[in-house]
Design a protein around this ligand. Sequence first.
Ligand code: UDP
Ligand code: MG
Length: 347
Amino acid sequence: MISQTYPISKGDKSLTDDAYGVIMRPDCHPKVSIVVPVYNEEENMGPLFAELVAVCDAMGDVYELVFVDDGSSDGTVSRLKQLVGQHSSPLHQMRVVELSRNYGQTAAMAAGFELARGDVLVTLDGDLQNDPQDIPLLIRHLHDNRLDMVVGWRQNRQDAALTRKLPSWIANRLIGAMTGVRFKDYGCSLKAYRRDMAQDLPMYGELHRFIPVLVTMEGGRIGQVPVHHRARRFGQSKYGLSRTFKVILDLGMLLFMKKFFTRPLHLFGKVGGATLLVGMGVLFWMLVEKLVFGQSIGSRPMLMLGILLFFSGIQLISTGLIAELQIRTYFESQKKRPYRVRSIVGT
Ligand code: UDP
Ligand code: MG
């Protein structure tokens, strides 16, 4: 870490202090942070480290590598600490963030985003499947086109066809069709972001697969760049087929969030109101049958249906009202803004 390699006093006005109290000289502020979530990737760390350092050194800017260990049970952390100890310098800052247990890739990425200090953040997998040589390409695309994010699109993907590529193919199309945010490859971890965009993303559960959708929901501009892909040489993939179902559930949740997050009553109120009205209509008809036509209605299924619809409607509307209260609490308690400003012109 920079505070170890650069013993400097806090009183010096020319120094900046990051959110975690690490003091940094302004000329050592990293332009790029490489964020790598790792879970049991011991054998991959040496080669990945060497490749990343070679590529980042060649870019010529101050950079930092942020490895987030997601509760590995093998020797990943000690290997990383060893590598970081050998390479840290004011211009090549290295951090190992050790999470207390295995939280999952999304949380590990979120921790990396929070701790990263570069103007541009780049994420990639820790298993050598992404090629660090593609990093400069992504960053150039981000800057040249003034984008908020650039996503990699894996060419000749080196994974099993039936269990990996086919589900991905379906998921990519499904996500595109349902959300209207169309990209070729949602699953590629190699991505570049402007730091403020990455740090504002709601990274819960396993939402890292939907980052392009989340960025679009924030009004961000996204580009897509073809990148290389390699087969896993060491260690094992951490995911099986069950992630397909999780993707579908997350997709439903995101669709709701995208459309109704700030106004849940518009969904619940509409459906609830319609249900209530139909219920009231049915009950009214039952009343007419009893009072006007003198029929016995006690055993009529229509009566049951009317009561069911009536109370379902009331419940849906109540749920909407509670959700509205929660949304207000969310925004007001955290002073969150329901909008994002891209730029302001003028004084
Ligand atoms: N990973 C993680 N936490 C987890 C699972 C995975 O940090 O709980 C990391 C993993 O070490 C790798 C990246 O996320 O760096 C992608 O995982 P993996 O290669 O297993 O996914 P695949 O390429 O098979 O989709
Ligand atoms: Mg992988």
